[in-house]
Design a protein. Structure first.
Length: 478
């Protein structure tokens, strides 16, 4: 049994920290010491420099520029949202009751093509604010409308403005293909040729090179309606520039049918045969996989991204989570379509917790510890950053949870309670890159009221421009 209060490493007298989070119930996710009952975390710059008992860390670091008193609180690694669409918040609730293909064709894609740069920035700032207030410290945002250089960079700036780290997975479409017609993709989204798509990626990477707090990744939007040569070019770009790449893959059965009809093989079969699977490949949804595809993803140590809330609301299907993990895949959790889900990784954990226990008819799996691992350590693998864990040398991304509320009494097993009853409203303080970006439940970086007001204005304009008024009815009989 690991020591619940391990000593901090020896330090020279008078060593100074920039920040100490002290006296909390520290859930480190470090295999050697997963929980420290009365612990502290010392931060210098953007890195964690000591983790241990409160007394030992205080002795090693008698001085600190800032201190956060975490007594009566739980301290955990920042959570990582590996796949989301931040702009979709402007259409929240409007697609209720539509199956996936109709949801895309009649609601989301028409809304997307009517977005202006100002609309996008307003939406992304609101969604990013919701994320960080709920304990998310990194996001991978698939932004697919508009995708010109200026808008893509503005999205990255909006995400970073609230203190988050992460990546903008820029939607790449290229020219129309047969899958575009069969999926009903509007011409406006196929706005650029393959050469233009890659030129825009180069322009974005010039402004935000790999290693930026918010990177820009190539994302061939969906393996069904992006030319396979362009998908391969995006994967090659990621390899050359030391980035990840992302794509929607096998979310709906119909997508697999279309891809197979057109190409004579299943999506992941082709990705594997083409040599495109690997740790840089991050596949959103990855639901409708056969045994060979599960094995291929695992063998390549590729990443599958699970969106349990959205998958249930739109009835897309259930990811083969247990099998993918058993095969060796990295599996990150995500919030996905904000029109139908909240911007909370607590919600994603709780949803996955119930979904997989029911679908497997097994009340023992997944355990809470597994879900925390997915939302933190697996998320960090998807991101390619040393995060998702509280250990020396890791990025200083921390979340302080207030346990002094009725929801947390009694707290027999706080780790289990994070997955069972944890809520974004429990988040008190958030640290990203060593910077306190949320204090006492409020952003330290942006005016929250202003962010909300601008998002309301944008939502009204877009709903009217896109002709979504029928979806805004107060009551819809179905």
């Amino acid at each position: 049994m690991p020591d619940p209060n391990p000593p901090a490493p020896a330090a020279s007298p008078g060593r100074r920290a920039d920040l100490i989070v002290e006296g909390g119930y520290v859930v480190t996710l470090d295999d050697g010491r997963p929980v420290i009952v009365d612990g502290s975390v010392a931060v210098a710059g953007d890195r964690i420099v000591a983790v241990g008992s409160a007394g030992d860390v205080d002795a090693s670091f008698p001085e600190a520029a800032q201190r956060i008193d975490a007594s009566g609180c739980l301290v955990m690694p920042g959570m990582i949202d590996t796949h989301t669409h931040l702009f979709q918040v402007l259409g929240r609730s409007l697609g209720d009751g539509l199956e996936l293909m109709a949801w895309l064709r009649d609601f989301m894609l028409p809304m997307a093509v009517h977005l202006t740069l100002d609309d996008v920035v307003a939406a992304v700032r609101l969604s990013s604010l919701m994320s960080v207030l709920a304990g998310t410290t990194a996001v991978v945002d698939n932004h697919y409308a508009p995708t010109d250089t200026a808008t893509t960079l503005a999205v990255a700036e909006a995400v970073e403005s609230v203190g988050l780290r992460g990546a903008i997975a820029r939607g790449v479409f290229g020219s129309r293909v047969e899958g575009s017609d069969r999926m009903g993709v509007p011409d406006e989204l196929h706005a650029f040729s393959a050469a233009e798509e890659l030129r825009i990626m180069d322009e974005c990477l010039h402004q935000r090179p790999p290693g930026s707090r918010v990177e820009v990744w190539p994302m061939p939007e969906n393996v069904v309606y992006v030319d396979r040569d362009l998908i391969a070019a995006c994967a090659d770009l990621a390899e050359q520039r030391d980035l990840r790449w992302q794509a929607h893959c096998s979310e709906a059965q119909e997508e697999v049918v279309i891809f197979t009809d057109v190409h004579g093989e299943r999506p992941v079969e082709w990705l594997s045969r083409a040599g495109l699977l690997g740790p840089r490949a991050t596949l959103a949804h990855a639901i409708w996989l056969n045994d060979d595809e599960v094995a291929a993803i695992g063998a390549a140590r590729a990443c599958a991204l699970h969106q349990p809330v959205c998958n249930q609301v739109i009835s897309s299907g259930v990811m083969r989570l247990h099998e993918l993990l058993g095969a060796g895949a990295t599996v990150g959790l995500g919030t996905d379509g904000l029109a139908v889900s909240g911007q909370s990784m607590f919600e994603a954990m709780k949803s996955a917790y119930g979904l997989h226990r029911l679908s497997r008819m097994d009340p023992t799996w997944p355990p809470a510890e597994q879900l925390l691992d997915l939302v933190c350590r697996h998320g960090a693998r998807v991101l390619g950053r040393p995060a998702g864990i509280i250990s020396e040398g890791a990025l200083a991304d921390l979340v302080v949870i207030d346990l002094q509320t009725p929801r947390w009494v009694p707290a027999h097993r706080p780790v289990a309670m994070l997955a069972l009853i944890g809520h974004g409203a429990d988040v008190r303080d958030v640290v990203v890159d060593g910077e306190v970006v949320v204090r006492r439940g409020r952003s330290t970086l942006v005016d929250q009221d202003e962010v909300m007001a601008k998002a309301r204005e944008a939502a009204e304009r877009v709903a009217t421009a896109a002709g979504l008024e029928p979806l805004r009815a107060a009551w819809i009989d179905r």
